[in-house]
Design a protein around this ligand. Structure first.
Ligand code: GTP
Ligand code: MG
Length: 604
């Protein structure tokens, strides 16, 4: 292997270095550069000579300034980034003095530190900033942390001082959910335990800082992680008689292969990869992380942009609620009760704050603030709620699909990482529907075949409104009208389900179970490709949620007649005098909603 190739194949790792002001970050970085032999030839001597000439005491931190001044050495360096190498790896050190920039880049994914070195001054001990930094690392999902207790020379290299700091700080980090990999007593100025074991501290037998960084684990290469592919678009072949579709997107992680059993979340659809259709690439049967890909599937479904493709065996989470750490950059504070747009992968959806757990001022890192809103540069621990269920991962499991951005009036105003799924009121129903869907046994006829034949996609069309507004009459007109146009419509009155399937429930008044059964019956009819038209005064808003969850959100349409429309209404008719005319209006609405065939609909 020639030198170039050897250089290229070396592993790289990003490390962030944090600590209280003056605890010795720059000195440590200077030392690491010098002691690992990463400095340009003669640099150290040169800077030492200048100091001598100027009568200054040499500081290792000066090396950084000197390097910064000399870009022509071919070393790319700025105040925030330094490079050093060990036998094992190349390291990029991110000095994080400006917390804001660093936080912003980490959260948006522009910078990715895989590990951290946290410095504590032995003489000063654990300071407020040491705590805030620990909290920040935990919040950013940096799980690998080495704590260096610096300036041991100032405390006579006393093991008792070191032990006390370790005990106190380890307890704190544990409370932030962080397990430090190790504590190392060092003197950055004197070079103790940096590259060489310290003669001054024979009681410490662990690794030096340089050995310690080589012990950090490298994250799995993205190709080896489970498949995550947010759907960007679905293209149709234009040849006659060819109804195949190409599903396209960029692979966030993992690999997609012909023959893979895959699932779409949150719609729960499952199928098998039939072919990989590259854009200007050679024939291939697989494609890995970082690549944009198009593929066809054996059983076609109605797939929308924003869904996440995974292997059937390793699916993302689905909920409307999750707990996140959110960093706010917006000029206007993020407030409760207002809608924002959340973007995750290729999905954009309305969201709002469900619960504001706590707010931290990140510019000052001044601990918890007693605030009811999230101001510019604040970091918040929040539970967010999306309007409909979305698919996501927890950041510590998968970075790519565990991050999101918040858009406020067209600007990216914040970003965050997802830490925990929070169950909403439909979680149980959703989980069982997902399980049911993933194990569903199918014939050869797919949803798309049926949609093409019937000229609509399957959906429950629920007419709501007060008794006497004429819903039932509209429903009947709508059913026969669409039927006569060749669609497969079916009027399903909740009462019919009640009379038959719910016989065992007569007298129990088990509403939840009745709603569930109605949803399952509707789901069967939808699977058969029908437009299920229903009117019911017995279903409340919560029941809508249950039915929507059971039949899939994109297969449930609410048409309201009269005033006081429920918040989930897709279309509202102010009043109705003539049922025929109203049925016509509903039909137009169904076309606009792309349920019934029209421009851009399924069979197109
Ligand atoms: P900021 O960038 O201002 O946050 O400081 P810093 O954390 O980068 O600290 P820096 O490396 O500039 O060191 C601060 C002071 O501590 C300097 O005067 C260093 O010489 C001194 N110092 C650093 N390491 C040691 C050490 O191991 N022992 C002693 N005695 N002094 C040290
Ligand atoms: Mg510094």
């Amino acid at each position: 292997m020639n030198v170039k190739a050897a250089e290229l194949s070396r592993e790289q790792m990003n490390i962030v270095i944090v600590g209280h002001v003056d605890h010795g970050k720059s000195t440590l970085v200077g030392r690491l550069l010098a002691d690992s032999g990463s400095l340009p030839e003669g640099k150290l001597e040169h800077v030492q000579a200048i100091c001598k000439r100027q009568g200054k005491i040499f500081e290792y931190a000066f090396l950084l300034d000197a390097l910064e001044a000399e870009q022509d050495q071919g070393i790319t360096i700025d105040s925030a980034r330094c490079f050093f190498k060990t036998d094992d790896r190349d390291y990029i050190i991110i000095d994080a003095p400006g917390h804001i920039e660093f936080l912003k880049n980490m959260i948006s994914g522009a910078a990715r530190a895989e590990a951290a070195i946290l410095l504590i001054d032995a003489k000063e001990g654990v300071r407020e900033n040491s705590r805030r930094h620990g909290y920040m690392l935990s919040m950013l999902g940096i799980r690998q942390v080495t704590v260096c207790v610096n300036k041991m020379d100032l405390v006579n290299h006393d093991q008792a001082v070191f032990d006390a700091i370790e005990e106190e700080y380890r307890a704190f980090l544990t409370s932030c959910d962080l397990t430090p990999q190790r504590f190392i007593p060092i003197s950055a100025r004197d070079g103790d335990n940096i590259a060489n074991p310290s003669a001054n501290m024979p009681w410490y037998t662990g690794p030096t800082v340089l050995d310690g960084v080589d012990l950090f684990n490298k994250a799995l290469p993205e190709e080896d992680q489970p498949l995550r592919l947010p759907v960007q678009d679905v293209y149709k072949f234009n040849h006659r008689g060819d109804d195949r579709r190409i599903i396209a997107g960029r692979i966030e992680s993992g690999t997609i292969k012909v023959g893979d059993r895959i699932a779409f979340s949150p719609s729960n659809k499952t199928t098998t990869v039939k072919s990989i259709e590259g854009f200007s690439i050679a024939d291939t049967d697989h494609m890995g992380a970082g690549r944009s890909v198009g593929f066809t599937v054996t059983e076609e479904h109605y797939i929308e942009r924003g869904e996440i493709v995974s292997l059937l065996s390793k699916r993302p989470r689905v909920s409307t609620r999750f707990r996140a750490n959110l960093f706010w950059l917006g000029r206007k504070p993020m407030v409760q009760g207002r809608d924002y747009k959340l973007k995750l992968g290729t999905k954009a959806i309305a969201c709002r704050i469900h619960e504001l757990i706590n707010v931290i001022d990140a510019s000052e890192l001044d601990g918890e603030l007693d605030k009811a809103e999230i101001g510019r540069h604040d970091v918040a621990d929040v539970i967010l709620e999306t309007k409909r269920p979305i698919a996501f991962d927890l950041t510590h499991e998968f970075q790519g699909t565990g991050r999101f951005v918040i858009v406020d009036e067209y600007d990216v105003a914040g970003g965050g990482i997802i830490r925990e799924v929070i169950a909403d009121s439909l979680q149980k129903v959703r989980e069982s529907a997902r399980q049911r869907d993933f194990e569903w046994v199918r014939g050869k006829i797919t949803q798309l075949h049926r949609a093409n034949r019937y000229g609509h996609r399957p959906a429950v069309v629920l007419l709501t409104g007060e008794a006497g507004v004429g819903k039932a009459a509209i429903a009947r007109e709508l059913e026969s009208d669409l039927f006569n146009e060749g669609h497969a419509t079916y009027l399903l009155d909740a009462r019919n389900v009640f009379l038959g399937i719910d016989q065992d429930l007569l007298g129990t008044m088990d509403r939840d179970e009745m709603v569930r059964r109605y949803g399952e019956v509707a789901n069967l009819l939808l699977d058969a490709g029908h437009l299920v038209i229903s009117t019911s005064n017995t279903f409340g808003l919560a029941d809508h949620g249950t039915i929507r969850t059971l039949v899939a959100p994109d297969r449930f349409v609410v048409i309201h007649v009269g005033t006081d429309a429920p918040p989930d209404a897709d279309f509202v008719l102010d009043r109705c005098h003539d049922p025929r005319e109203c049925a016509g209006q509903v039909k137009d609405a169904l076309r606009a909603l792309k349920v019934v065939n029209g421009e851009g609909s399924l069979s197109g």
